[in-house]
Design a binder for this molecule. Structure first.
Ligand SMILES: *Cc1c(COP(=O)(O)O)cnc(C)c1O
Length: 310
């Protein structure tokens, strides 16, 4: 216990020293780091070289705690986030099931429900934590596909019509990857035109839906982006929602980046229309300053057991 405590204190003070001195190091990684210790070995490695290796690793790493660092999407590490990860690792529960992690799984459900309600998804809403926005997008579109084509068990091989997802050219690269992994191929995403501000052009969206249908394909989902990765644009969510509803399309809003505006009294109205989404991707690891990885997929209708039941 004493020895464990000593080691914990040494490592934590090394980390604190490192963070407290962040201003004295450049934000960019400075060294071409190569591990000095053997990575696979049968002999124990004593403490001093282990701590030395850790120090070298920290010093060679990108330094987002530098006050001059301009965080695009990788935020600076916050104290509570650092400590939260420490506590989570200390108990190492498996969030696979309530049985395996009764407390953390309950916390996950409650958090997802609160966030879903904050986005205006209503009383039936909920969701789950996933390790990244890419997986959140994949999860949401898999549900949309399975629902539209009753594909959960039979899959989509042999469907009479090819399924189509509509997303603008500024949508995140994970949408095309998702289409590939869902068996639609990257050609299963029809790129909708954008306006001069990189926002989805709703006239083109309407046209593409009609064209795809006329060509014998079956559009089933539209992905609107709230905070596109490069230009940071927000698609006209309310207008997109209207078109989605008219054509019976699943509306997924990828709000990985700009979803945090929901907590801003002045910025919230820029997400107007997001409350009509069937599903939302949201990354607290971006604008909420939570350490990676922390992402959520949220659903308007969530079949997961309610947090209040067992
Ligand atoms: C960052 C981002 C993603 C992907 O999130 P990861 O956590 O990196 O997988 C998806 N969509 C948008 C709009 C993003 O900015």
């Amino acid at each position: 216990m004493q020895q464990v405590g000593d080691l914990v204190h040494k490592v934590v003070s090394l980390m604190l020293d490192h963070l407290a001195n962040a201003a004295h190091r450049p934000p960019l990684p400075v060294a071409a780091y190569r591990p000095q210790l053997p990575l696979l070995t049968d002999s124990p490695i004593p403490e001093p070289p282990l701590l030395g290796e850790l120090k070298a690793l920290l010093e060679a790493s990108m330094n987002p705690a530098q006050p001059g660092y301009i965080g695009h999407m990788d935020s600076l590490p916050t104290t509570v986030s650092f400590l939260g990860d420490l506590a989570a690792s200390a108990i190492n529960n498996n969030l696979l099931s309530l049985e395996m992690s009764p407390a953390l799984s309950r916390l996950e459900q409650e958090l997802a429900s609160e966030l879903a309600r904050a986005f205006g998804l209503g009383q039936e809403s909920g969701g789950m934590l996933v390790s990244g926005g890419t997986l959140a997008n994949w999860h949401a579109l898999a549900v949309a596909r399975n629902r539209a084509f009753r594909a959960l068990h039979p899959g989509i091989v042999g469907l009479p019509q090819r399924p189509v997802i509509l997303a603008s050219g500024t949508a995140h690269a994970s949408i095309a990857k998702t289409a590939m992994l869902l068996g639609l191929g990257t050609q299963g995403v029809f790129p909708v035109a954008t306006d001069a501000n990189s926002r989805m052009d709703c006239t083109d969206l309407e046209r593409q839906v009609q064209q795809a249908t006329a060509d014998g394909r079956q559009p089933f989902a539209v992905v609107a982006t709230a905070g596109s990765t490069t230009p940071g644009s927000i698609d006209p969510l309310a207008e997109v929602a209207q078109i989605a509803r008219r054509h019976g399309l699943w509306l997924h809003v990828d709000a990985a980046y700009a979803g945090a505006l929901i907590f801003s009294d002045t910025g919230r109205q820029r997400l107007h229309g997001i409350e009509q989404a069937d599903s939302i991707t949201f990354n607290p690891q971006k604008c909420l300053y939570v350490a990676k990885t922390c992402a959520l997929v949220l659903y308007r209708t969530c079949a997961a057991p309610k947090a209040s039941s067992t």
